[in-house]
Write a protein that binds this ligand. Structure first.
Ligand SMILES: Cc1cc2nc3c(=O)[nH]c(=O)nc-3n(C[C@H](O)[C@H](O)[C@H](O)COP(=O)(O)OP(=O)(O)OC[C@H]3O[C@@H](n4cnc5c(N)ncnc54)[C@H](O)[C@@H]3O)c2cc1C
Length: 669
């Protein structure tokens, strides 16, 4: 482990204040544990590099000073907003993580011009809660509304379920305040010229492409300290009442002029066509292609019921091509028009609105499975006589159940809130492959490819048998764009299963080039650039040049953005070729290797949920309970929580004792 020297530590304390720096191992380790680490690390282990220190700056001026410090010291900076994704990890141990939690202000909401200016730790749910009251909404990505809007707009990805109505984050960026790796400040676009935050481009040549590009700069090109985002008109409810408690909240009343439906199409082709048609008619506020397995998961309460549902064979017949949708309208007349248009589209494509008032009780599922054993299309009658869909939906039984299911879609497709523990309850581990943001047709080509390529892993019991097709996503901008990522559910406690997931991601990446399936979601960072760059106009060479020009001292951790120099370019002396991390591209273990592979075991897995910024010594950590109890015991409620680790596994105590840590390459010179 790289220990930060007392002198350097004191410099950081001088910049942000004593309280806001830590190099305590227990704190650093909450920054070394992320989602599906076992599929990201070269040796399949669960820990990412432990950073040298964590600092919590509060102002742009403090960030400038930290960047200047990094320019003249062996350290590199890594900014994170909520730290939701593994791309927020330090790639080496000489990295100082800048956790931007204290920069959490909504600076301005310009309702008239539909613009909000925000700091990094404004979570999507925070802003949305403020703006729906004003009849406005923003684009929220599908990892859930607790992500940072600034991060998704300015720094990384940006695809969410409301893409049909609110585009995608990269397109909604209206300006940034940017601390360059050298410590200078650039404010892009109209705001930089003192004219307000309405345009990210000009005057003169625009830097927006450099800041945002297709995927983002992933913290490798300085720190974004403010950004302006575009807001959209919101026609749904401005207030709603609910009952129940976590994890199940049920709307007391379904808001007027809204419709939340799961629609089953008779074929993939029909589903594709309907996606375009609904987009052209601008029907949906939110939509989510819901694969058969996720439909069964969402309609059952526990794994036992899920198994019964799948064993019934019913879902495999009716659920192969489902899209869940949420429609909102500003007036009764608009709502009536939208419902009419939806019915017409369903008529043209054979789609059926699945009645939500029918209970999915195990006995009923078994019976329905038996009754429909010889039936190819159990929904044929509803398809042929569409009025039956309405009629069943309005029968006097199951109305509370229907409200419950509609509420789930309301939270998911409007509030971007999901019960993660329930969503991943059968496997606890999730990885994703492909998912290029391109046309809706290409999205389906990828989903179909993923379904096929997963089969041999399913047959060998290496990943969960979800039927293969977990292509999730939707359309964007009136059907103009679309994406479906191929989810893989694996068992994180089984190294062979984790490596199978990794192998799938690699295979997908290779075939994305071979079969022209676009740039995958995981197509970012140093190693992916080398693979995809040559197939995409050599973009990686341009990234290297930009990095060299804007970060001459390599003050920012380059790994998730771009590493290395072009021939003839000046080496900055901080290259790091030997990473523990990768996205798996160059190495290609085949299934035989997987069976042989040895993976180092580690101590307990860290708990998920909020940790605490607490200066406890390493030796104290082994036996302390986590979460609320820790905060209570240590009076930590008044401290800013630093822990933002996310894992789909169960909460466990962590043990640092006896834990081995691989040595990291590429330390500072
Ligand atoms: C289970 C899961 C599902 C996901 N699903 C989706 C999805 O459907 N669509 C999607 O778009 N994304 C998805 N993501 C990825 C990611 O979480 C989101 O894109 C999110 O918007 C990033 O915001 P954050 O607060 O999580 O950023 P962080 O995790 O804090 O950072 C993400 C990246 O941005 C950089 N960064 C953060 N803040 C700054 C800053 N102020 N200045 C410069 N660089 C910065 C970080 O260094 C890092 O590389 C998913 C992630 C997970 C774990």
């Amino acid at each position: 482990m790289q220990r930060i020297s007392d002198k350097d530590y004191a410099i950081l304390e001088g910049i942000v204040g004593k309280q806001w720096v830590s190099s305590a191992p227990c704190v650093l380790d909450t920054y070394a544990y992320y989602q599906n680490p076992e599929t990201m690390n070269k040796d399949g282990s669960q820990w990412l590099p432990r950073p040298a220190a964590v600092v919590l700056p509060q102002t742009t001026a403090e960030i400038q000073e930290i960047m200047r410090f990094c320019c003249h010291s062996p350290y590199m900076a890594k900014p994170i907003s909520t730290g939701f994704h593994t791309a927020a990890a330090a790639s080496q141990e000489n990295v100082i993580v800048l956790d931007l939690k204290r920069m959490n202000r909504i600076i301005e909401i310009d309702a008239q011009n539909q613009i909000a200016v925000i700091e990094p730790y404004v979570r999507a749910i925070d802003l949305q809660t403020e703006i729906v009251r004003l009849g406005l909404n923003c684009h929220i990505v599908s990892c859930g509304a607790n992500h940072s809007l600034l991060a998704s707009h300015a720094a990384a990805w940006g695809y969410g379920v409301s893409g049909a109505a609110t585009s995608y984050s990269g397109r909604n960026l209206l300006g940034v305040e940017w601390v360059l790796p050298t410590g200078e400040i650039v404010t892009l676009g109209s705001a930089g010229a003192g004219c307000g935050w309405f345009s990210p481009d000009g005057p003169g040549p625009s830097m927006r492409g450099i800041v945002r590009g297709f995927q983002g700069s992933f913290g490798g090109l300085g720190v974004f300290t403010k950004c302006a985002i575009k807001l959209y008109k919101w026609d749904g409810p401005r207030e709603w009442e609910f009952e129940g408690r976590s994890p199940k909240y049920i709307l007391k009343k379904i808001p007027p002029r809204s419709a939340m439906n799961a629609i089953a199409f008779p074929s993939r082709k029909a589903e594709q066509d309907a996606g375009y048609k609904m987009g052209e008619a601008e029907l949906n506020h939110g939509e989510f292609r819901t694969p058969m397995f996720f439909a069964a998961l969402g309609l059952t309460e526990n794994n036992e019921e899920l198994k019964i549902a799948l064993d019934s064979g019913l879902f495999q017949k009716i659920g192969k091509d489902i899209i869940s949708t949420a429609v909102f309208a500003a007036s009764e007349a608009e709502f009536a028009w939208k419902m009419k248009a939806l019915k017409q589209i369903l008529k043209e494509t054979g789609g059926v609105i699945i009645p939500m008032n029918i209970p999915m009780r195990p006995a009923l599922l078994r019976m329905a499975g038996r009754l429909t054993r010889g039936v190819q299309d159990p929904l044929a009658l509803l398809r042929r006589f569409p009025f039956l869909q309405d009629w069943i939906g309005h029968l006097p039984f199951g109305q509370k159940l229907k409200r419950e299911k509609q509420s789930t879609l309301f939270w998911l497709l409007f509030r971007n809130a999901n019960n993660t523990q329930a969503a991943f309850r059968p496997s606890q581990g999730m990885a994703t492959m492909l998912g290029a943001f391109d046309t809706w047709d290409l999205a389906h080509t990828q989903a179909e490819y993923v379904r096929e390529v997963k089969q041999k892993y399913i047959q060998q019991g290496l990943i969960l048998d979800d039927g293969g097709d977990l292509g999730t996503g939707g359309t964007f901008e009136s059907g103009h764009l679309g994406y479906l990522e191929g989810i893989i559910l694996y068992d994180p406690s089984n190294p062979q299963s984790a490596l199978a997931a990794r192998d799938l991601v690699q295979t997908g990446a290779r075939d994305a080039i071979e079969r022209a399936m676009g740039l995958p979601i995981a197509g970012f960072g140093s190693e992916a650039n080398e693979l995809f760059g040559p197939a995409c106009s050599n973009y990686h060479t341009w990234l290297k040049r930009l990095k060299a020009a804007l970060d001459p001292q390599q003050a920012c951790d380059p790994f998730f953005y771009v590493e290395g120099t072009e021939p003839g370019q000046k080496e900055n002396g901080r290259r790091s070729d030997d990473h523990a991390l990768d996205f798996g591209y160059p190495v290609q273990p085949n299934l035989r290797d997987l069976a042989r592979c040895k993976v180092r075991s580690r101590g307990g897995r860290p708990a998920q949920g909020p940790g605490a910024f607490h200066p406890c010594a390493e030796s104290q950590v082994a036996d302390i309970p986590y979460g609320r109890e820790l905060r209570r015991q240590h009076g930590a409620d008044d401290l800013v929580g630093l822990g933002r680790t996310f894992h789909l596994g169960l909460c466990r105590r962590r043990s640092f004792l006896g834990r081995s840590r691989q040595s990291q390459g590429g330390k500072a010179q």
